[in-house]
Design a binder for this molecule. Sequence first.
Ligand SMILES: Cc1cc2nc3c(=O)[nH]c(=O)nc-3n(C[C@H](O)[C@H](O)[C@H](O)COP(=O)(O)O)c2cc1C
Length: 145
Amino acid sequence: MGLRLERLVYESTATGTTESIGNLAVILAESQRNNDRDGLTGALAAHRDRYIQVVEGPAQALDALLRRLESDPRHRDVTLLDRAPISERLFSRWSMANARITPVHGAALDSLVDDNDRTPREVIGILLDAVRKLDAAPPQARRFS
Ligand SMILES: Cc1cc2nc3c(=O)[nH]c(=O)nc-3n(C[C@H](O)[C@H](O)[C@H](O)COP(=O)(O)O)c2cc1C
């Protein structure tokens, strides 16, 4: 029996600082380990004091992740922007990618967040673009990311 795949995107407010490479590296490492186990894929962006994350995979695994996320003291106000069934993954190559936000991506995210009328599809598009740009960068440029 095939597993029903869904994709969700949420934003939250960091309680520490999203500027801290250390914070993000720890979260990404935990996420990659767990998501490999749970069949989840996606991308995580840190922008200003917000985390924005897209995660896709089996519905049950997403439910379990949401429960863990809601009780994680490293962020608060976890706000689901969208959750919907999908026929295929967008982030299949990444158990949890670091969506590094460039100034261009940042400006787009700002306008989406400030207008308070963020289209989940646009948010997902920005993260996918950030991940693809990083993935296409030569190894030299990626080494310290
Ligand atoms: C912004 C943010 C994103 C996270 N993303 C994931 C994730 O994709 N997968 C995951 O398993 N845990 C993620 N976590 C960590 C979970 O909240 C939780 O700490 C972890 O899953 C517990 O793992 P453990 O049972 O191995 O200790 C994230 C935490 C934060 C703050």
